[in-house]
Design a protein around this ligand. Structure first.
Ligand code: UDP
Length: 364
């Protein structure tokens, strides 16, 4: 029996790893434990609950206002303690968070093999996204098995000198997650008046905090004001720095609904019912592409270039005027561009990623 420990700390990690845990637990020959780093606290617990799952081990690491280095070191020490006691054969991490890097490093120090889900995403700008680009490159150095979502991601890894035989193209597990969540009934949904075009807006990236974020929020207000049939829904990110400015700048507008972050089941439903998405998120770019919802990516570069090339995503930059310009093109009545973007694409995966990863893990 192979002992695997899957480590997750944030909402997106839970969304992308819970379907894999479910797949592995459904197969013979695997013992799977889940370690939560606590990075997103209650939000993580709720997301796992949506996948009918809980953590076997949970670290108590989050404190308001602590530095990134403090959080990282707490996760490293906490994971190290559990790995020494539990002695798994393999530690699985996902993506590029502090949790993923700390857990990969704890596994490495303990001589335990590491598997990296969603390996090989790159912008090749070390500070964009910050600090995620550094995290994912460092995780690649320490991992033994690299589950690349796309051929492009695999190419990055091989180009960086990772042994080709250890890189597997599997698709992104987020598409598997969508398949699951969209069959569930959300407990609560925001009420959007019938006949309105729903614009889903999310912004949270650390490198956008401050003036850039204010410009993004101003752009949203101006866009909604210019289109009486558009209703914007803005789930507030749990980070207090983001919430404060968003609630302040968006409040008092009848067609901008700032809501508490919906559960992943409700969020995926909302996304599937959207006319247009404006986001600086990573995972939402993949989900919107899979569902065929046209998306303006409020960044200058993306590690999800496949969605730009497939014509599902449009980069606007993070400046106020650029965002308005890109969005206006898509909100025009009879926009040819909009029509061309409104079709699902499987560039990020076909919903079979977890099965592929489990097949590989069964063989190694
Ligand atoms: N998400 C959610 N509720 C929300 C906003 C996002 O469940 O209110 C989900 C979304 O479906 C996606 C993930 O959270 O899978 C993205 O998280 P985020 O944008 O915070 O992180 P990133 O993907 O940029 O790392």
């Amino acid at each position: 029996m192979k002992k695997n420990t899957v480590v997750m700390g944030t909402r997106p990690e839970a969304i992308k790893l819970c379907p894999l845990v479910r797949e592995l637990r459904g197969r013979a020959g695997f013992f799977v434990s889940v370690l939560s780093s606590g990075q997103h606290g209650e939000l993580l617990r709720e997301t796992m609950h949506d996948f009918e799952m809980g953590a076997d081990f949970e670290l108590d690491t989050m404190r308001a206002g602590q530095s990134a280095a403090t959080l990282f070191s707490k996760i490293l020490l906490g994971t190290d303690r559990i790995l020494r006691r539990e002695k798994p054969d393999l530690v699985i991490v996902q993506g590029d968070t502090a949790t993923a890097l700390a857990a990969a490093q704890a596994a490495f120090y303990n001589g335990i093999e590491g598997g990296h889900v969603e390996a090989g995403l790159r912008t090749y700008h070390m500070r964009s996204p910050f600090p995620e680009e550094m995290h994912r490159r460092a995780i690649a150095l320490m991992s033994d098995y690299h589950f690349a979502p796309t051929p492009t991601a695999a190419k990055h890894l091989i180009g960086e000198g990772i042994e080709e035989g250890r890189v597997y193209v599997t698709g992104n597990t987020v598409v598997d997650a969508l398949r699951y969540t969209l069959t569930r009934e959300p407990a609560r949904m925001p009420t959007v008046p019938k006949g309105c075009r729903l614009l889903l807006f999310t912004a949270h990236r650390r490198e956008h905090w401050g003036r850039t974020m204010e410009g993004m929020l101003r752009a949203l207000r101006r866009i909604v004001e210019a289109h009486p049939d558009v209703v914007a829904v803005c789930p507030l990110h749990p980070n207090p720095a983001v919430r404060r400015v968003a609630s302040k700048m968006l409040s008092g507008h009848g067609r901008i609904l700032c809501i508490e972050p919906p559960s992943v089941v409700a969020f995926h439903r909302l996304l599937s019912e959207s006319y247009l998405v404006l986001t600086d998120s990573g995972g939402i770019q993949e989900e919107a592409t899979a569902l065929g919802i046209p998306t303006v990516v409020m960044r200058y570069s993306t590690e999800r270039t496949e969605g730009v090339l497939s014509g599902n995503l449009r980069l606007s930059g993070s400046g106020e005027e650029g965002i308005i310009e890109a969005t206006e093109l898509l909100l025009r009545p009879d926009s040819e561009l909009y029509r061309s973007m409104r079709r699902p694409s499987a560039v990020f995966g076909d919903g079979g990623a977890c099965k592929r990863i489990a097949d590989i893990l069964q063989k190694i």
